[in-house]
Design a protein around this ligand. Sequence first.
Ligand code: GLA
Ligand code: ZN
Length: 685
Amino acid sequence: MSPKPLESFRQRLPGIIYGGDYNPEQWPRSTWQDDIRLMREANVTLVSLGVFSWSLLEPADGDFNFGWLDEVMDLLGENGILVNLATPNASPPPWLATDFPEALMVERDGTRVGVGSRGHFCPSSPVYRDRSQRMARQLAQRYGAHPALAMWHIGNEYHAQCFCDLCDDGFRTWLQGKHGSLDELNTRWGTTLWGQVYSDWNQVHLPRPVRGWVNPARELDFARFATDIQVDLYRQERDLLKSITPGIPATTNFVQFFRVQDYRRWAPETDVIALDIYPDPAKPASLVEAAMQYDLMRHLGDGKPWMMMEQAAGAVSQWKVNLPKQPGMMRLGSYQAIARGADAVMFFQWRASRFGQEKFHSAMLPHGGEASRTWQEVRQLGKELAALAELAGSRSAAEVAIVWDWENWWAVEGAAHPLNNYNYREVVAGHYQSLWRTNAAVDVVTLSSDLSRYKVLVIPNQYLMSPTQQLAVESFVEGGGHALVSYFSGIVDQDDQIIENGYPGGLRGVIGGHIRDFSPLAPGATVGITPASGQTLLSGTVQGFDDGASRWQDDLAVEGADVVAVYTDGYLAGRPAILDHRPGTGRAVYLGTHLAQEALDRVVEAVLNDAGIRPPHAAPEGVEVTERFTGSRRYLFFLNHSGSAAVVDLEVSGLELLAGRQVAVGESLKLEPVGVAVIRAGTEG
Ligand code: GLA
Ligand code: ZN
């Protein structure tokens, strides 16, 4: 019997995996030897190979040319470097477009795209599916037993949304499967509004351009379909690979904060979770958002390993302004991923391209070669990670969870709301930031996840809530959980239809109040708020509320909750802005407005304190602390984001792995700016 894919993954890739996308097809053979020499120097253990190589591997329909790939596979194998072999379906070759134009993607406006970029295929196209699977089969048959093959990298960042007639048929079939009857579809989509009632299935289409406002329920179903069709495409190829190489793990790479694919639906289909992430060096908060992505990946993996599959060694090239990573930042960011459970640190890409769209994108080996600062940092990190093998494999001990939900993302940014400039990502990231600065361990979940292990649940702007999710929140709070819910939550069901019972229909009993009116604030306007007298949530003198609130006000009527804060000006002056309710044995704190960050920090701190949540270790402001458990061992990570030197008064003894020295309780652990320390707690040496 062949080994289970995960066991084989662990056996073949123990420790922290290090490497990147390797595109030898862009270089003459003479460069390959140099690549290998330098990969060994940097302790590269795995490369993603062939991601965009289809047009070279099959220059004409059915005419294969694997010679160069054979050579590269052998060369890597002989040098102990394993391969994450890609099926190159992300960029079909030009001949496919010429021979079968129907395999090209159609944009929402009806334009059929041409070649010259990538990702230009129709996911429904039978000929695209046939040819890409034929290529995958060839690769599996040819390299399935190759000693360098470690895992499959299926496609690349699946996401294309196609509006061709075939996809249109696919959407109809998907809707028939989901809704059963046309009556049901009409009901769920609310088609009696604006006279959209369908009388035959042949009238139902993809949301191609319409004259005015779109039907939000159709958009929501389309977003679900757009994920499902990509998952289906991936699954076909994965099943094919599994039938030939059952022991080889398979995955595809996810994208950070990617609105067009619901990775909750993807995660169960992969053996290993893989993330591509490019925090913007121009935005310091992007490291907080990165932490949130890592907490999400760990939770998506549900015990499976997760890999940082792509990051940039320095600048990217796809934004308006592409800042480099300053000295030490690439290392700090890499440890941040490991600190939150990653078992791999990989880059796009190994060697910087000389031509094409990404020639100014950084790489492990920049144009400047071995003399460059980036290369020095990359090599140094590779050496360090090679000594940290014991960290691989991890589990979370988080007692706090925050909700991040794609369906809600699609819906809350949907059409015609009281406020139409929602940025769900920004709102959730703001809540996450308040958690991050406390260093409490956090999982990123949905209301459909198992919530039983959490003491605190943060629910930012969860506009969409299915009846099951409403029940989940109710039983979480009644059973002793502490929930922090922010405005415009519990408003619609899974079809974007208002939950009856006044606002927030889905949460009225939980928050102990109801909203008489939504009252968005004009752009830039703020309203004062202040803690209410006698409130017990925010203990002592309460500071941090001076910046007031913006964007949104609920006109709240209390129904059993205590009032934590009130508005101090405007037409709602004196009325409640924050509620504190204690149904059952738990607590629900409700924010009826968009708090300035510092006030949100105070509220989050108070909720965590009250629930007895502690960080794994105390640290000064700007030092990120995490715990990672591997087997019976506990590791503490200290990451200095503060911009200046910092000192941590140690509460543990153990071995600091990076400097290789014993540390003891009471000692002052010094961290340089961008410094990192990893302590294996305990005295076993
Ligand atoms: C994505 C792709 C890579 C590369 C990088 C650049 O993540 O998967 O091929 O284009 O972006 O940042
Ligand atoms: Zn299509």
